[in-house]
Design a binder for this molecule. Structure first.
Ligand SMILES: Nc1ncnc2c1ncn2[C@@H]1O[C@H](COP(=O)(O)OP(=O)(O)OP(=O)(O)O)[C@@H](O)[C@H]1O
Length: 219
């Protein structure tokens, strides 16, 4: 069974130590919810897992093997949803999703997957609308559809329910639940709006320095 693990992670940003000695293990089929106050380091941890921000210490491993040994293979396992939705204003919803498919999966999804994801996120009526004419919640639904259409094993989601109405939040929960049931893993930064039975929780704020750790030690 696949396992995502992190050990003794430490990360500085802007000259400040955000967290240190952070570790966890998430097995296939499980979700890890990242909690903690504003500025605790949830987004930073997601960026570190995606290799977008370097960790100064520690190791991220997939099935026990450090992911930095084959960063390309690791990135190919990931679907990333940050605060920005990566929905281009000039492209229609259809073009955005098709372009993402070709870029990330190298080809179109199966018809059943495409139809199922579009229906789940109620995107059929928006398919021919350019990104610049979408509302914030509609933007988010397109970005979530991009993740759900990907073949990625590990979903890294930063506050995925932001801007979603109740129906869309339920669609999001269903998409994550299906992904986990299929043996996927999800690491999700949340302020409490994602509730998944059996999910692990990690309070990132518990790994922020308490004043006894000197910045110099992490230079
Ligand atoms: N680009 C950056 N350069 C320098 N420091 C940054 C940068 N982005 C964030 N930080 C700092 O890193 C720390 C952690 O920020 P991060 O965005 O990871 O927190 P968060 O837990 O996701 O917060 P929120 O709940 O507000 O989204 C904060 O102190 C923040 O000021």
């Amino acid at each position: 069974m696949s396992l995502l693990s992190a050990q003794s992670l430490a990360c500085r940003r802007g000259g400040r130590l955000v967290f240190h000695d952070l570790g966890f293990e998430v097995a296939a089929g499980r979700a890890l919810l990242l909690t903690g106050r504003n500025g605790a380091g949830k987004s930073t941890l997601l960026r570190v897992l995606a290799l977008l921000t370097p960790a100064q210490r520690g190791e991220i491993a997939w099935d026990g093997k450090p992911v930095r040994e084959d960063a390309e293979a690791w990135r190919a396992r990931l679907a990333w949803l940050g605060h920005a939705d990566a929905v281009k204003g000039d492209l229609t919803v259809r073009e955005t999703l098709e372009a993402a498919q070709w870029l990330c999966a190298g080809g179109p999804p199966s018809r059943a997957l495409w139809d199922g994801v579009l229906a789940r996120f109620d995107l059929v009526p928006l398919l021919d609308r350019p990104g610049r004419y979408l509302s914030a919640g509609q933007h988010r639904r397109v970005a979530l559809a991009r993740v759900a259409l990907s073949a990625a094993t590990v979903w890294l989601l930063d506050e995925p329910a932001a801007a979603l109405d109740e129906a869309s939040r339920q669609s999001l929960h269903a998409a994550i639940t299906d992904h986990l049931a299929a043996g996927g893993i999800a690491v999700i930064a949340t302020h409490g709006d994602i509730v998944l039975p059996g999910a692990l929780a990690l309070d990132v704020g518990a790994f922020t320095p308490d004043g006894t750790v000197s910045l110099e030690a992490w230079a």
